[in-house]
Design a protein around this ligand. Structure first.
Ligand code: PMP
Length: 351
């Protein structure tokens, strides 16, 4: 008999990483453009000298440090190989085949993939015409079978946000059997004062889990480390389904060293925010529709012209992330990288 893989995998989309072409400006993966500070590179190098040994099983040192800094009991924190890994752990820990996971759409493309991998059903709730997550519609999509609802704040790829009042109303109304997962991968780039701080909310709510990552503001996308603050039994379930030792020694050392220079790293975000404003203003002046973004990227809802725009930018040696028929997401890079993108955008026919 032939070896087969699960037949249903054929129906699950592949995760599409941002494109990389040598020599091109890479604005396709929402990374930060600046390499880590020397102290972080030194910590990774030192850890590299010990990679013959397994890492600490529960990332104990990082766990203790985060528990102290966040003022959260360590039992409520799960550390994982990036928040995408933690997303998978959450879904695996809560969902059985046939259960439902509700999320806004369009949003982070891993949500439907990770949902379908466990045999759960993905329920996609359209954004409003203004590209904002519709908490009323998310609520209306919840059924007896729903186990998780994702709120991505700011939303990838649109950059739009849910304000505190709407989120709190939503959290009050969600039935008891549903966990709300607040994905704050881009929280450090937020300047809108109406956007809630998930850390405060997660302290007050027992139906909420919070995802944070070192990949974005902390500039460690290549190291793979993030954390989740959740109700204690949820965090315990996440640890149970984790792949043993998946948070490497290098990742743990990098995260710890980054926390030592957190102020410096957060200051870099301010430069991204200033550039985000400049890029958006210029795009608006050029006649593009660009929703206000609180992430380290902007969204151009170009509809049917999306892939033409994508190829046009690639021809100009600028790589953006595009979703056919929907739009292009453009990461905010260094000033000269953004200028290269703006030059491409200027040269694209606008009708
Ligand atoms: N959540 C969102 C909204 C994201 O955009 C991403 C990365 N693109 C992630 C989670 C995962 O990030 P990481 O696994 O690198 O922490």
């Amino acid at each position: 008999m032939a070896i087969t893989v699960r037949a249903d995998l054929a129906g699950i989309p592949d995760y599409v990483p941002g494109r990389k072409i040598p020599g091109a400006v890479v604005l396709s993966s929402n990374e930060v453009a600046t390499p880590p500070p020397d102290s972080v590179v030194a910590a990774i190098t030192e850890a590299a000298g010990e990679v013959n040994r397994y890492p600490l099983w529960s990332s104990d040192d990082l766990l203790a440090r985060l528990a102290g800094e966040l003022a959260v009991d360590a039992g409520r924190i799960a550390i994982g190989a990036g928040s995408v890994s933690l997303t998978q752990q959450l879904i695996q820990a809560l969902c059985m085949p046939g259960d439902e996971v509700v999320f806004p759409w369009r949003s982070f493309e891993a949500y439907p993939i990770l949902t379908q991998i466990v045999g759960a059903r993905d329920v996609r709730v359209p954004l409003t015409p203004d590209h904002v997550q519709d908490t009323g519609a998310l609520l209306a999509a919840i059924t007896e079978a729903t186990r998780i609802v994702f709120v991505c704040n700011p939303n990838n790829p649109t950059g739009t946000v849910v304000h505190a009042a709407a989120l709190e109303r939503f959290l009050d109304a969600v039935p008891d059997h549903v966990l709300v997962v607040l994905d704050e991968a881009y929280r450090e780039f937020v300047t809108d004062p109406e956007v809630p701080d998930g850390l405060r909310l997660v302290d007050e709510r027992d139906n909420l889990a919070l995802l944070r990552t070192f990949s974005k503001a902390y500039g460690l996308a290549g190291a793979r480390v993030g954390y989740c603050v959740a109700p204690e039994h949820v965090a315990a379930g996440m640890r149970k389904v984790a792949i043993p030792f998946s948070v490497s020694r290098l990742a743990q050392a990098a995260a710890l060293a980054s926390l030592d220079v957190a102020d410096e790293l957060r200051a870099r975000c301010a430069a991204v925010v200033a550039e985000r404003r400049r890029v958006r203003d210029e795009l608006l002046a050029l006649g593009y529709e660009v929703p206000g973004s609180e992430g380290n990227f902007v969204w151009l809802p170009l509809g049917e012209r999306t892939m033409a725009f994508n190829e046009h930018c690639a021809d100009h040696k600028v790589l953006v992330r595009s979703f056919a028929g929907a739009g292009s997401r453009v990461t905010i890079g260094l000033r000269e990288e953004n200028d290269a993108f703006l030059a491409a955008a200027r040269a694209f026919p606008r009708s």
